[in-house]
Design a protein around this ligand. Structure first.
Ligand SMILES: [Zn+2]
Length: 121
């Protein structure tokens, strides 16, 4: 692949969401939950250039809030639930969703950085 070749951002984002290397789509990009590997475990491209900072955390928070708040509205307009049970269950849903989504969003950010050749990619 030459340096001038255009990289497919959509494909890189999808591969990132699947926690796969944005270049080959086979190797893994993260280890220990959120740590970016120095190199792809399959094709060997360097990944240590990635610098996503707090972007994935903010985006994940926005998505989780966008999912949880309507659930509050649906629960309280359709049913008359116990507030304690609602708070407890939606905290669990929010935590689970955030923990599931955060590495995938980080993978998307990493893939988009790779596709745009940012930070030395
Ligand atoms: Zn790879």
């Amino acid at each position: 692949m030459s340096d001038e070749e255009k990289r497919d951002a959509k494909q890189a984002a999808i591969r990132g969401f699947m926690l796969k290397c944005p270049s080959c789509g086979i190797g893994k990009t993260l280890h220990k939950y959120l740590k970016v590997r120095d190199k792809c475990s399959h094709c060997g491209i360097e990944l240590h250039h990635a610098s996503v900072d707090d972007g994935p955390a903010y985006f994940t928070l926005m998505v989780v809030v966008a999912v949880i708040f309507p659930l509050f509205a649906i629960l309280y307009t359709q049913f008359d639930p116990n507030p304690f049970l609602v708070a407890l269950s939606l905290m669990g849903v929010a935590t689970g969703l955030a923990l599931w989504l955060l590495p995938r969003v980080k993978g998307v950010f990493l893939g988009l950085q790779w596709a745009a050749r940012l930070h030395g990619f």
